[in-house]
Design a protein. Structure first.
Length: 295
């Protein structure tokens, strides 16, 4: 637990939170001040695992008061604040320490475990639902619709979201390839990327050598790139055609690919809406083939 405690005073997100509270204090309602007192007193590690219900109970207010206070302070909600607080931990705290912290926090109470999991998932989905504008989704859908082929890449947990998008796009008639390898073999799969293709990269917060190579290859051949990320907009923005935000879990309690999968679902439905006839024909052909296979 020591790394969390010692990093507390160096956590920029906590410092920004306390600055916002100080700046807005005179305009806060009584319940918002009560929530702010609790937030100010919390360590970074405790805040990461706190639910809106827990914060409401500690401040003797309510879930709604917690959410309203955070919005008054300039956050979309508790999940956004957690994302900012968690950022330095993901890069400076060893995974086994983060895991131990989660286990110690949750304990063996299945009721508590269930509440924490569902609460974080709900917060994450709520944050993701507001993360991208209609115009951003429209741009991404147009890139897919006008691509000769779509190449989907994601490594580790992000690979689940990449698999999901590739599968669903194929089912509605979009020529899609899944870049499912890394290192030496990735070159074999990526060499067919062409100037009229689209490369979709799921990369929440880390740029690997493979991602660097894929971006270089896309630039070399003139292919468009759609980045789906949480933290890499500024770092990779100049190297991609468009980007969407898919926030990932700040604590590791829920699956890292949830927001990426749902973002992919929005894209698939958007493509289906643009070309419903193609989507329907592909669906029918898929069902006919399944029937011949006995399914």
């Amino acid at each position: 637990m020591e790394p969390f405690v010692t990093s507390d005073t160096e956590n920029r997100a906590l410092m920004r939170l306390r600055e916002r509270i100080a700046e807005r204090w005179d305009g806060l309602a009584k319940s918002e001040r009560a929530v702010s007192r609790v937030l100010t007193a919390m360590s970074a590690e405790r805040l990461l695992y706190a639910s809106a219900a827990e914060l409401g109970a500690q401040s003797k207010t309510s879930n709604a008061s917690v959410v309203r206070t955070l919005q008054t302070l300039g956050y979309a909600g508790l999940s956004e604040l957690k994302q900012e607080v968690a950022a330095p931990f993901s890069s400076s705290v060893a995974p086994e320490i983060r895991l131990r912290s989660r286990l110690e926090h949750l304990g063996q109470d299945l009721g508590q475990i269930q509440r924490e999991i569902w609460s974080e998932a709900q917060d994450l989905v709520a944050l993701a639902s507001r993360a991208n504008s209609d115009a951003q989704y429209s741009t991404a859908v147009n890139l897919i619709v006008h691509a000769d082929a779509v190449f989907c890449y994601g490594l580790g947990a992000s690979g689940i979201a990449a698999d999901h998008l590739a599968l669903r796009l194929r089912r509605i008639g979009v020529g899609t390839r899944r870049l499912a390898t890394d290192g030496f073999r990735l070159a074999d799969e990526a060499m067919s990327l062409g100037s009229r293709d689209l490369l979709v990269i799921f990369a929440p917060g880390r740029v690997t050598r493979d991602i660097e190579a894929l971006l270089d290859q896309a630039q070399l051949v003139g292919a468009n790139v759609l980045l789906i990320t949480d933290e890499l907009h500024e770092q990779l923005g100049a190297r991609v055609t468009a980007a969407l935000t898919a926030p990932h879990t700040p604590t590791g309690l829920t699956a890292e690919g949830i927001a990426g999968i749902l973002t992919g679902d929005v894209l698939v439905q958007g493509v289906s809406a643009v070309g419903p006839d193609t989507a329907l024909r592909s669906s029918q052909a898929l069902n006919d083939l399944r029937g011949r296979l006995g399914y």
